[in-house]
Design a protein around this ligand. Sequence first.
Ligand SMILES: Cc1cc2nc3c(=O)[nH]c(=O)nc-3n(C[C@H](O)[C@H](O)[C@H](O)COP(=O)(O)OP(=O)(O)OC[C@H]3O[C@@H](n4cnc5c(N)ncnc54)[C@H](O)[C@@H]3O)c2cc1C
Length: 252
Amino acid sequence: MARATVLGRLTWRVATVTAVRDETPGARTIVLDLPGWPGHLAGQHLDVRLTAPDGYSTQRSYSIASAPDGDRVELTVEVLPDGEVSPYLARVLAPGDPLEVRGPIGGWFVWRPETPEPVQLVAGGSGVVPLMAMIRARAAAGADAPFRLLYSTREPGTALYQAELERLAADGSGLEVTRAYTRRAPEGWGRPPARVDADLLARAVWPPEREPAVFVCGPTGFVETVADLLVSAGHDPGLIRTERFGPSGGRS
Ligand SMILES: Cc1cc2nc3c(=O)[nH]c(=O)nc-3n(C[C@H](O)[C@H](O)[C@H](O)COP(=O)(O)OP(=O)(O)OC[C@H]3O[C@@H](n4cnc5c(N)ncnc54)[C@H](O)[C@@H]3O)c2cc1C
């Protein structure tokens, strides 16, 4: 049984794109129908494989953005202008198109709604995607573990899921969102544009004494810096889970 489950996850299957939704000028959500999908945990990802007519094939990983919802799975892809795969996924792929995927993948960077501990999410750029799946899974399950999200983006216009996060943070269910900007902040914003630093973490993150489960996701440099700062601030390294999306690519 367990072997069949693992093999199922490692087998490529063909999903159908049922809808696409622009989140920002540079990022798009792709809604997939995956008949026979075994379900997923918030935080897991998929592999996507593209194959050219000449047989050349390449694959990339994408976090699942949606809470578990039957055969429906959402991905959010941010375009890297010189990238091989992301411009195709976020600019070309259209409803009705097939897409080869396998998964769900990953058993460590996951959050389960039945866990009561406070949760601290720290996202850099598109690293918010698997953390959004956790926030959505919490809302869908009516779970009451207190959640905090610290979300760093280059500027307000590149922040994903803006309206949904505002709505969920305002509904009194225990989600707090702190935003930070590295290149351009909104007019009158209290903190000048800067990377996440120890001061911001001290203000926005649950204190170590609360023993939060911490999930950090984003470009490699962002994740390593934040994890180091959290450990220096007294957080138990065993409670910090990280997911690296790739090169830091400058300031995120
Ligand atoms: C577990 C996992 C989950 C991921 N989830 C998501 C997701 O939900 N949404 C999403 O948009 N991306 C996600 N990624 C990143 C994704 O897999 C690709 O790396 C990304 O889309 C770039 O692919 P590409 O083919 O367009 O670029 P490539 O052709 O691979 O690279 C183009 C250039 O960009 C650089 N580069 C590659 N990846 C990154 C990056 N992440 N940041 C900055 N520079 C980079 C390369 O070094 C190269 O210079 C995830 C990665 C991992 C490992």
